[in-house]
Design a protein around this ligand. Sequence first.
Ligand SMILES: Nc1ncnc2c1ncn2[C@@H]1O[C@H](COP(=O)(O)OP(=O)(O)O)[C@@H](O)[C@H]1O
Ligand SMILES: [Mg+2]
Length: 372
Amino acid sequence: MPAPDARTSLAGGGPGPDGEQAAPSAPPPAAAPRPAAFPQLEGFALHERLGQGGMGEVYRATRLADARPVAVKVLSESLAVVPDYVRRFDREAAAMAQLDHPGIVRLLSRGRSGPHCWIEMELIDGVSLRTHAFQVRPSARALARLLAQVTHALAYAHARSVVHRDLKPDNVLVLRDGRTKVLDFGLAGLHAEGAEALTQSNVAMGTANYMAPEQRKDARRADHRADLYSFGVMAYELLTGELPVGRFQPVSRLVPGLDRAWDALIDRCLEQDPAARPHSALELAHALDSLAGVAPPLELAPRTRRRARRSRVWSWLGIGSGIALVLAIAGLRVAHDHARLQPFAAASLATARAEGRIVIAPARTFRKQQRR
Ligand SMILES: Nc1ncnc2c1ncn2[C@@H]1O[C@H](COP(=O)(O)OP(=O)(O)O)[C@@H](O)[C@H]1O
Ligand SMILES: [Mg+2]
């Protein structure tokens, strides 16, 4: 079944692979919609729009100085005149500049050209994890291998105080050889000093479906554990084709034959209380390495008990998840690689496109939305 490729489908009606450089000899018919012109960036030839998001567009380009193929992310012109957005774009570059890891897309340079702010990155020849799941339908074990790489990359970023804050299947690219690259650190660095209007208290930022509850309330309060929550949503969706909203089923209920250790892992990530989530991305990475069959069986460390007042509901939920964890440890560690995952429905792709926008909104808007 042919599946849409995020890179081409996101490009929509944009120019073809040769972009502006392939100027037609005859003028196009009057009725044909004219593709938007690519920005002119000194030192680069832009060829193709690879993606478009809330902040701007990403292009496949050639760096003219040495003919190196690169990717260039350009802040939209309308946002480039708003200082807060320029600062946020700069923060993305600053966050990326701290990171040098094979699982994270590498920043090469940043700059301005006339009205345009841009970031130059290594060009990744891959598709998003969402598209990969849709096209390839990996086994649970193959998915564990991919997700383990993502958590190793996250652990590296967290160790450098960089929180991604917008982790989702669209922000992970899968290369042909099975390596993954985390990208789009546009919301990273919000914890930094000098938070300005965009990071003011009671403002939620991120992609609604993947956002941790504390991130919905106030983006600044979200620490590395918000990424673990987003990771849980992403893993749940990749395994089941559904988002864990409302009273959701454990993944093993939706995917017959799935190793029950997935339940414990994902349930812990999706804890409302950040203190009850796994302690670190590294811990998740080790659990996933074990699910991928490349490390011995391993269970997550017990929850950290918060001294703060906890409601009875949370206590019961805690006990319930504890029982689930004990069950998981109690010998259900047989390799279940035959568990085929739910196909990513076309609807799921469409929903992601519709809802995949980064949202910046007063926190109460999200609280209302989440009660659906
Ligand atoms: N370095 C890169 N190499 C190849 N494709 C990329 C690269 N960076 C981004 N893309 C593509 O562009 C899309 C949008 O990039 P992203 O950084 O996520 O921007 P946004 O903030 O607009 O979501 C990605 O989903 C991916 O398809
Ligand atoms: Mg993105």
